[in-house]
Ligand binder design. Structure first.
Ligand code: IPE
Ligand code: MG
Length: 231
């Protein structure tokens, strides 16, 4: 969800006002995704690198996150949405972490859609953590080193149990992954739009999905193989 800062400064506003407007986009996109039957939606809300931003901006983002969780819980219950968080959550301020845990707990049996919130998240950190977990299992004799395969790695990532994304949407025109789900995105279709996140709403989301439908996902096979299978 990129472009909040640019959205604000181009209007002579403070960056935080862009983040505030970005929160409205989050609400609209979650609502739309639920309405059209998307089962998993991951939002990259705050990266492990974002901790390096000015203290004031970090505090404001944490405040927004906390308020979002507080005000949206009812809607998540009504719409049967499960919320789960991935990231190095121990770095979050105590009040934010406890709000997050309580929303996760309250929504854990909701099964119409899963919203995965990546906060204080970095993919390399996630992979390092998974590697440590696997190494310990091998050390303790619970796992044979020769059995460490893609499935074992996937099962030890924070996203365990969540399917790999079909589509990655990157707003504000940046052509990079920014340490997001590096393992899980192996075969994900990438859609980059110049639209800034606060302007990314229902219509823009539906455009991205329409575009996705035109992609031929070959998973390394040839176009002819797919034509033959009728895929
Ligand atoms: C939102 O956009 C991303 C967050 C960390 C919340 P930015 O704050 O990165 O906006 P730009 O890139 O400065 O425009
Ligand atoms: Mg940015």
């Amino acid at each position: 969800m990129d472009g909040n800062g640019r959205w604000a400064t181009s209007r002579g506003l403070r960056r935080i006002q862009g983040h505030r407007r970005g929160k409205d986009s989050v609400k609209e996109i979650v609502e739309t995704a639920r309405e059209i039957g998307i089962e998993y939606l991951t939002l990259y809300a705050f990266s492990s690198e974002n901790w390096e931003r000015p203290r004031r901006e970090v505090d404001a983002l944490m405040g927004l996150l906390r308020r979002y969780l507080k005000t949206e819980l009812n809607k998540m219950m009504r719409n049967e949405i499960r919320l789960r968080a991935i990231g190095n959550l121990r770095k979050l301020p105590r009040e934010v972490l406890s709000e997050l845990r309580s929303v996760e707990k309250a929504t854990r049996h909701n099964d119409k859609m899963t919203v995965q919130l990546a906060v204080s998240y970095g993919a390399r950190e996630e992979i390092a953590l998974a590697t440590r977990k696997i190494a310990r299992q091998v050390r303790d004799g619970l796992l044979d080193a020769g059995d460490v395969d893609e499935e074992v790695i996937g099962d030890n990532l924070m996203t365990a149990g969540i399917p790999d994304p079909d589509l990655l949407i990157r707003t504000s025109g940046e052509m990079r992954l920014s340490n997001f789900l590096l393992w899980q995105l192996a075969y994900t279709e990438i859609y980059v739009t110049d639209i800034l996140w606060p302007d990314f709403r229902r219509a823009e989301f539906l455009d991205a999905l329409e575009h996705y439908k035109t992609r031929q996902r070959r998973y390394g096979k040839t176009g002819e193989q797919f034509a033959q299978q009728g895929a």
